[in-house]
Ligand binder design. Structure first.
Ligand code: PGA
Length: 252
């Protein structure tokens, strides 16, 4: 089973025209992409339906967010079902920026995961610790609490539709990257947690991505660890040249 995934998270960047250009560039370079890496991108939500029509077939669309609620009187929200109907395959859930600025608490994360599972929308579940926690040496406890809370009540997952992203908050957008050793240790720890929850066979099928200032210059080293299956890429996904270098690194 292929675990390699490189996913771009554009956050609140790019116009619709710039998004289309990015997709065109990816189409032109499609033949250079390794066949053993799933390529995913999460553009701003208003562009998703349009991009689903024009994206190259080897790029999977993800939403940066999803509603915790269902169809109904929820002004401003968009449901997992709506995303599926627009050709979107995954949603990022629990990104640290959502947790910090928009109230996506652990219990909201649980609801969002449920809505995705009900609608058949894939999940990229993000977790990560703050710098203080890393300095205090309690990062494993924090990640274990975050994941156990988010996955409580889930007895099994479809590994094609369920991905974990480990993103140390101190490394996101800061230029600081976890060392390959720090990332590797944490990914191995996360796979062990998944094994306790779902059994080691299933845990071995789940992709665990690293996120936090991953770029062409450090991607190969980070991905060399057997438990680091690729990356969730913010800044370096905005330009196709850098993004493709990272995709190639994940296929090596
Ligand atoms: P970054 O963001 O690559 O710009 O650090 C990663 C993320 O937040 O997903």
């Amino acid at each position: 089973m292929m675990r390699n995934i490189v996913a771009g998270n554009w956050k609140s960047n790019k116009s619709i025209n710039e998004s289309r250009e990015w997709m065109n560039e990816m189409s032109e370079l499609a033949s250079e992409l390794p066949s053993d890496v799933r390529v995913m991108v999460a553009p701003p939500t208003p562009y998703l339906a349009a991009l689903a029509e024009s994206k190259p077939s080897n790029v999977i669309l993800a939403s940066q967010n999803v509603s915790a609620t269902n169809t109904g009187a929820y002004t401003g929200e968009y449901t997992a079902e709506m995303l599926v109907s627009c050709g979107v395959s995954f949603a990022l859930i629990g990104h640290s920026e959502r947790r910090e600025y928009y109230g996506d608490s652990d219990s909201v994360v649980v609801e969002k995961i449920s809505r995705c599972v009900e609608a058949g929308l894939g999940v990229v579940l993000c977790c990560g610790e703050q710098l203080e926690i890393r300095k205090a040496g309690t990062h494993e406890d924090m990640i274990s609490a975050q994941l156990n809370y988010a996955l409580n009540g889930i007895t099994d997952v479809d590994p094609l539709n369920f991905v974990i992203a480990y993103e140390p908050i101190w490394a996101i957008g800061t230029g600081l990257t976890a060392s390959a050793e720090q990332a590797g240790e944490m990914h191995t720890f996360i796979r062990k947690l998944l094994g306790e929850k779902f059994g080691s066979y299933r845990a071995g099928q789940i992709s665990i991505l690293y996120g936090g200032s991953c770029k062409p210059s450090n991607a190969s080293e980070l991905f060399a660890n057997e438990d680091v299956d690729g990356g969730l890429i913010g800044g370096a996904s905005l330009n196709t040249a850098d993004f493709i270098k990272i995709i190639i690194a994940a296929g090596e």
